[in-house]
Design a protein around this ligand. Structure first.
Ligand SMILES: [Zn+2]
Length: 139
């Protein structure tokens, strides 16, 4: 087996437009896909909980006064907004996957360096590296 070229010593200090290896891109893709599946499962779970809760509320509505009805409506709204926020995160991850295919994903928008795979896996919508993010928060 041929010894792979040592790319680690070359260009630790990334020049203007750094490149990401295919392996790294695949790692990001896998992390994003896993996150998307996770969120979808969470979303399905939330939806079936909402359906279940709504059924309980409807069967248990005999003798409700206006206050009860109001509370139930509020609860339902909160559940739906939770479901929507999960859906929004799914959309973010899907958009990230599209941008990854186009090669425009995972680069810091401030300094242009690649954002570490671990950070992208944890925050798929991250558009800055940790250093730049911290600089911005300090302002
Ligand atoms: Zn940066």
């Amino acid at each position: 087996m041929a010894k792979p070229a040592d790319t680690r010593t070359a260009g630790r200090k990334a020049v203007a437009k750094a490149t990401r290896s295919t392996a790294e891109t695949e790692k990001i893709r896998a992390a994003l896909a896993a996150r998307r599946d996770e969120l979808r499962a969470e979303y399905d779970q939330t939806l079936s909980e909402i359906t279940e809760l709504q059924r309980e509320r409807l069967t248990d509505s005999a003798g409700d006064d206006q206050a009860d009805t109001g509370t139930k409506t509020l609860e339902r709204e909160q559940e739906i907004s939770l479901a929507n926020s999960i859906l929004e995160r799914i959309t973010q991850v899907e958009r990230a996957l599209e941008r990854l295919d186009e090669g425009g994903y995972g680069w810091c928008e401030r300094c242009g360096n690649p954002i570490p795979v671990e950070r992208l896996a944890a925050f798929p919508s991250a558009t800055q590296c940790v250093t730049c993010k911290q600089l911005e928060e300090r302002r």
